[in-house]
Design a protein around this ligand. Structure first.
Ligand SMILES: [Zn+2]
Length: 122
C-alpha cells in the first residue's frame, strides 16, 4: 500500500488520527484518504476525513502528508495559493475560510481529486 512517494513524505502527524471537537461533532468516526489528481493520477494528500458525507473541502488541519502541505492552517488565507496539478495543470483547490467553524480550508474544484481509503499501520 505504501509507495515511495508517501514513504518519503511521512510526517509525525501522518501516523495517527486527530481526535478533537471537530471530529466529535461529525460523529467521531474518521478515515484516512489518499487523494490524487483525477486527471493524471498525481498524488496530492493524505487526508483525515471526519464523519460521513461528500468531500467538498479539505480542512487544512486534517492534511497529514506530504510535509509541504502540513501546517498550512498556521498561515493566513491570503498567503495561500490556488493549488493546481503541476503535472497536468488541472485546478485542484482554492483556499477559503470555512466560516461556520472559523477553520481554514481548501475548497475543492468539482471532481478534481479521486480518493482511496488507506490504512495507517503499514
Ligand atoms: Zn494532474
Amino acid at each position: 500500500m505504501k509507495s515511495d512517494f508517501w514513504y518519503n513524505q511521512l510526517t509525525m502527524k501522518s501516523r495517527k488520527f486527530i481526535k478533537d471537537k471537530h471530529r466529535s461533532v461529525r460523529g467521531g468516526k474518521a478515515q484516512m484518504l489518499e487523494l490524487s489528481c483525477s486527471k493524471c493520477g498525481e498524488k496530492f494528500f493524505h487526508y483525515q476525513k471526519d464523519g460521513a458525507g461528500p468531500l467538498l473541502r479539505l480542512y487544512l488541519d486534517r492534511i497529514h502528508a506530504p510535509a509541504k502541505y502540513v501546517g498550512m492552517e498556521k498561515r493566513a488565507i491570503k498567503d495561500l495559493k490556488v493549488i493546481d496539478c503541476k503535472k497536468c495543470g488541472r485546478l485542484i483547490a482554492m483556499p477559503a475560510m470555512y466560516k461556520l467553524e472559523k477553520r481554514k480550508s481548501l475548497r475543492l474544484f468539482e471532481g478534481a481529486l479521486t480518493k482511496k481509503r488507506i490504512r495507517l499501520n503499514k
